[in-house]
Design a binder for this molecule. Structure first.
Ligand code: SAM
Length: 221
């Protein structure tokens, strides 16, 4: 069952710093994203669902150019407070803002060269996923990259079992797994305007994550 926005906010307000404990299965996929998304060339970065700011802090510290700017949004105020502290040393060029959970990004058309969304699409409804993709299309410059990581379906014996257990918990109540369920990112980018620059499934401790980088290839209308 997909959680409502107020359920998601309540969950992540309470979860707070514990989100970082998910790094045991997230980090290998995030490493893979960093290895392929050419963040060193990026100048304006937007992140949907920045959580505790762990990924932002890592990018700002090690991978972005010193002139690059970063904006993150999140529905949960606890997450925003944690992220704000975490990236405070980059305050001149990085900020986080609480959102109302709607999929309208607070950005001008064609104003960023990276949109990041890690472990967030997998807790959104189908219509919000479609809207997030269309917003990424609106705000990215041509040649910009939509950088995604999501829970996905298992591809090995162990990861299929883990995925089946995860899905069972999700169907009992989404709250048991933070609202997240396995999804497939690849088929969401079948339209002509996107080209898949990179795709991989990374399995860490049996948990499968899909890493996908979609380039906006044509001039947006
Ligand atoms: C599983 S956590 C992932 C956090 C972070 N991206 C990471 O990889 O560690 C999901 C995050 O998305 C946020 N979120 C969920 N739905 C959202 C929405 N509709 N708009 C903005 N943030 C949302 C949650 O508050 C939470 O911080």
């Amino acid at each position: 069952m997909i959680l409502t926005k107020s359920q998601v906010r309540a969950f992540y307000d309470r979860f707070g710093n514990m989100q970082d404990s998910q790094s045991f299965y997230e980090d290998a996929a995030l490493d893979d994203l960093i290895a392929h998304a050419d963040f060193g060339q990026a100048e304006n970065i937007f992140e949907l669902g920045c959580g505790t700011g762990r990924f932002a802090s890592r990018l700002l510290t090690k991978h972005l150019s010193p002139s690059a700017s970063y904006l993150g949004i999140d529905l949960s105020l606890s997450m925003i407070n944690i992220a704000e502290q975490r990236i405070s040393e980059f305050a001149g060029r990085a900020k986080v803002v609480q959102s109302d959970g709607s999929m309208s990004f607070p950005l001008h058309d064609h104003s960023v060269d990276r949109v990041i969304c890690t472990y967030v699409l997998d807790l959104l409804s189908e219509s919000d996923i479609q809207q997030a993709i269309s917003e990424a299309h609106r705000v990215l410059i041509p040649g910009g990259k939509f950088c995604l990581v999501s829970l996905t379906y298992g591809e090995t014996f162990v990861s299929r079992i883990v995925c089946a257990m995860w899905s069972t918990l999700f169907h009992i109540h989404g709250y048991l797994v933070g609202g997240c369920r396995p999804i497939r990112l690849n088929p969401l980018f079948g339209k002509l305007d996107w080209s898949i620059d990179y795709r991989n499934v990374v399995i860490q401790f049996g948990v499968p994550s899909e890493v996908l980088i979609a380039d906006l290839k044509s001039a947006p209308n």
